[in-house]
Design a protein around this ligand. Structure first.
Ligand code: GAP
Length: 430
């Protein structure tokens, strides 16, 4: 079993990620998140919003519609330039992106010979939707990047808030791309979520370069602060011929995935491309100077983050599989176990601890099998702390707190449990 097989199996078995529409044979490029997956994904989004919006004075949030007037996509250049080159294998008619030579080589290996390919054709990645009930229906698009919703609301945000340049608009939401070759679990999907910041700056090369460097480092720091291994992350500058049509300059944060170094998040200098295409400008409130701001963008994938945090945390040890997730990201923060299930006093006390903690944390209850097996089940889903209520609890009102990473145990008074967990979570430590 490869690491990807293990992650896929764990995802399915424990309820992180399921194949989309599985009972009907699935559908390529679409995935569903189970009860633990949705918690992990929400924790990532919450942590991002906390850092990028609540933690700053110069960023506000937005939640724009997925479907916009199709003119938006014409103006933004996506209807003409948001394309990938596609080639077809003349032996089996399978299609691949011709700008990904590793995919072509892997496919040739499947045929055990060099195969002939068709000429490359460009394919637009926007997903069309038909609106209305009477003919002719209106053709619109599911947004190919969440970004354009920010630009079309630039004026609205400036007019309705107190933001002044430099400032940012942050957004998290779904995007859709007709990917030719979805794959590697959720890494390349047709429906996915993005978490993006559009940071508007004065059109000045020196200032914009400094802010670009600043945001690049900030984004790297964020991933590291949530436990990503430093040696698994790197920056990669885009070559001239691979940059998106809107970007003057682009750097990716890449993760060393089991399938090779892969794009995790893009930091883009979009210049005045978008605002000028939408005929939008900014008036400086102090000087009345009118100009088209430039945009520095940080664009991360929520699904890629979920996948890479899972991969990064996964460890097989001699006696257990453990997800060493940062506690902020762990789907379940605490598990509560009555030592035995057939002693009403112990079960009752454990239920009281469970109810107390459940008010503020995601808590699991387990009274099946022996304590060792219960630990293993929680280790596998990354629960940082397991509490056992035993005979001593009835005497001293203390419980055993077992740490996922060290497997060490301490005893804590029930009245101190909430503070203990909260301090660990807020301090970001274990
Ligand atoms: N607004 C800029 C933009 O969309 P991008 O580099 O095309 O830039 C940004 O996408 C991020 O969105 C990527 O770094 C990746 O994390 C995520 N992403 C893009 N396409 C994806 C796909 N097909 N499946 C999953 N995530 C994707």
């Amino acid at each position: 079993m490869t690491l990807m097989d293990n992650i896929t199996a764990l995802g399915k078995r424990r309820g992180f990620i399921y194949p989309g529409s599985e009972i009907y044979g699935g559908i390529a490029g679409f995935w569903d998140y189970g009860p633990l997956g949705v918690e992990l994904k929400n924790n990532i989004k919450r942590a991002w919003w906390k850092t990028m919006v609540y933690g700053r004075e110069d960023v506000v949030g937005l939640d724009a519609a997925i479907v916009m007037n199709p003119k938006v996509w014409e103006a933004s250049g996506h209807t003409s330039s948001f394309t990938d080159p596609l080639v077809e294998c003349k032996v089996c008619n399978k299609r691949f992106r011709s700008d990904k030579p590793e995919l072509l080589i892997a496919h040739e290996k499947e045929h055990k010979e060099r195969v002939e390919w068709t000429e490359a054709k460009t394919f637009n990645l926007l997903t069309e939707v038909l609106l209305g009930v009477t003919e002719p229906k209106m053709t619109a698009y599911l947004r190919g990047e969440i970004t354009q919703g920010v630009f079309v609301n630039f004026r609205n945000v400036v007019d309705s808030t107190r933001v002044k340049i430099p400032f940012g608009i942050a957004q998290i939401g779904k995007a859709f791309r007709n990917e030719i070759t979805p794959g590697n679990l959720t890494f390349r999907s047709r429906e996915f979520e993005q978490m993006e910041l559009e940071y508007f700056v004065k059109p000045d090369e020196g200032g914009a370069t400094k802010l670009f460097e600043y945001w690049k480092e900030e984004r790297m720091r964020w991933y590291l602060s949530l436990g990503m291994s430093k040696e698994k992350l790197r920056f990669r500058v885009h070559e001239d011929d691979e940059r998106a049509h809107y970007a003057r300059f682009a750097v990716d944060i890449e993760y060393n995935a089991p399938f090779g170094w892969s794009e995790f998040e893009g930091i883009h200098h979009r210049g005045d491309w978008d605002l000028s295409r939408h005929h939008l400008a900014y008036t400086d409130p102090e000087t009345n100077e009118v100009f088209t701001p430039w945009v520095i963008e940080t664009s991360g994938g929520v699904d890629r983050a979920t996948l890479f945090f899972l991969i990064n945390a996964y460890a097989e040890e001699e006696k257990r599989t453990v997800l060493r997730l940062h506690p902020t990201l762990s789907p379940v923060k605490v598990a509560v176990f009555p030592l035995v299930a057939n002693k009403p006093q112990i079960v009752e006390k454990a239920r009281a601890v469970y109810s107390l903690l459940k008010k503020n944390f995601v808590v699991a209850w387990d009274d099946r099998g022996n304590i060792g097996k219960r630990y293993l089940a929680q280790d596998e889903i990354g629960t940082p702390w397991c509490l056992t209520i035993d005979y001593d609890t009835l005497e001293s009102d203390t419980v055993t707190v077992r740490d996922r990473d060290t497997t060490g145990q301490i005893r804590i008074n029930i009245s101190q449990l909430e503070t203990y967990i909260r301090e660990k979570l807020e301090g970001g430590t274990k």
